[in-house]
Design a protein around this ligand. Sequence first.
Ligand code: SF4
Length: 380
Amino acid sequence: MYSIYIHIPFCRSRCIYCDFYSTTLGRDTMIAYVRALEKEMCRRRHYIKCTRVHSLYIGGGTPSLLPLDVLEGILSSVGQYFELDADAEVTIEANPDDVTPEWLDGLSHTPVNRISMGAQTFNDRLLRFLSRRHDASQTVKAVEACKEAGITNISLDLIYGLPGQTMNDWQSDVEQAISLGITHLSAYALSYEEGTPLDKMLRRGDVEEADEELSRQMYNHLIAATRQAGFLHYEISNFALPGFHSRHNSSYWQGIPYLGLGAGAHSYDGFRSRRANLPDIKAYIAANSNVPNDERLLNDVPHEVEVLSDAEFYDEFVMTRLRTSNGIPLDELSDDDRSYCLKQAEPHLAKHLLEVHNGHLCLTQEGIFTSNDIISDLMK
Ligand code: SF4
């Protein structure tokens, strides 16, 4: 069983905090890109040595910008080259203002059964500040339209710790998200990624980072409110109603192999090899622009491969597993690694930032807030 990720690196406009690989190039480039995607599928279909695809995730960028016929073309290529499980989770990321009844009607002829929307906040002033192109009412309408169209597995993204965001603002964001009847919520603290316009504003002193204590209170409120609404807190930033955790994201955290297609997409073979396609749309398209769809003739797209050493493999194992509520399964570590891990964990166990449950080393709620420091202490 494995996952496929397809990267659609196009956005209508750029949000000031975002460092994901995407461009605002037009429809011709989009169509050439999708042709190149099909060629990559043809060439790399055997990257993972098993046939069952249990999740497909179309992310970006803004995949909901794709004209429906173009999206259908991608999904039909997936059907041609891969074997999707009958009950596969098939997610598309969407911007709320793209989610119209017409778009949803088009989706109903495809295997898409889950929509992940970047709501970010329900405060219009903060949405404008972030240069989002939607407003709060469009998110509400989009969720309602999805449900009317029969897509009930809906995830929203929220951001907390925004400049000027108060505790009341955040409580209202969480309440509104939950009240929409979604099945999954991802919530992230705002981060100032190097090179983004937001980071430049911070360096110029135009904005201030949120107070650490306020961010902690916001996070604690999120945990309490989602728990009360019946959500399971299954990963540091992710909450789901029972049975609705994201299979795709869980693949990353459980070491399940995944095939990443598209410029900037990452793949993992399930053993020691990671691969990153270079984030360069033009080079990606050019690699096979005049080559027929024949896997024997097609060139590989520009990429880099990293083979993990024992220490890097251990570090990744610790980092990905500790983010989840399941924690680190200690019996899956070698004797030496387990001793090392528990030795490093001692000070955090003593402070109740970590705990051992049924042979799994887990973060406590208090520990979650300093998880980056704890993870770095457990690494080699
Ligand atoms: S946050 Fe989403 S919509 Fe905004 S620039 Fe990044 S990928 Fe595009």
